[in-house]
Design a protein around this ligand. Structure first.
Ligand code: SF4
Length: 180
């Protein structure tokens, strides 16, 4: 069997979903026999590669860098999984939307709430511009499967990856994993 190329991406989220992935502990050693992690916050790879079999995307889409990266990921990936509730629904990250637009939000956080020297950070090309609203992943690109939970429990992640190893797809029926 060819080794599967798997990626994980961290968008607007707290990294708790990736921590749950790492909670697979010793099963990760078994996974490593069949899978190459080709792009991830836990791998030092700068450019998203071509021909990726599956990508778990944590977090909501919150800035313009996220949008650009997700279009690239969609072009280069066979199966995209919305990994955790922030990717599935917006969840915690989308609470930003209750403040209004990004300018209102930045003003509230960096100026009104600052104790001293309030200032909105702005370095073109370094600090990505916020999108008008935080959105779930499927609002930006087609998503193939959903892995809900905040975070998804390690057992649920394992089930999805076992399906991928079994026949190269993620197609579980039932309440845990839904199709897009
Ligand atoms: Fe963090 Fe929960 Fe969002 Fe995952 S779904 S990134 S654990 S807030």
């Amino acid at each position: 069997m060819d080794r599967l190329k798997v990626a994980t991406v961290w968008l607007g989220g707290c990294s708790g979903c990736h921590m749950s992935f790492l909670d697979l502990d010793e099963w990760l050693m078994e996974l490593a026999q069949y899978v190459d992690i080709v792009y991830s916050p836990i791998a030092d790879v700068k450019e998203y590669p071509e021909d990726v079999d599956a990508c778990l995307v944590e977090g909501a889409v919150a800035n313009e860098d996220h949008v650009e990266l997700m279009h690239k990921v969609r072009e280069r990936t066979r199966i995209i999984v919305a990994f955790g509730d922030c990717a599935v629904t917006g969840n915690v990250t989308a609470m930003r939307n209750t403040f209004g637009g990004p300018e209102d939000f930045l003003q509230r956080v960096y100026v009104e709430a600052a104790d001293i020297q309030g200032q909105v950070p702005s370095e073109p090309g370094i600090v990505p511009r916020l999108t008008p609203r935080v959105q779930p992943l499927h609002a930006i690109i087609p998503v193939d499967a959903y892995l809900p939970g905040c975070p998804p429990p390690a057992s649920r992640i394992k089930t999805a990856l076992q399906q991928l190893l079994a026949d190269g797809a993620i197609h579980l029926e039932g309440p845990d994993i839904k199709y897009g």
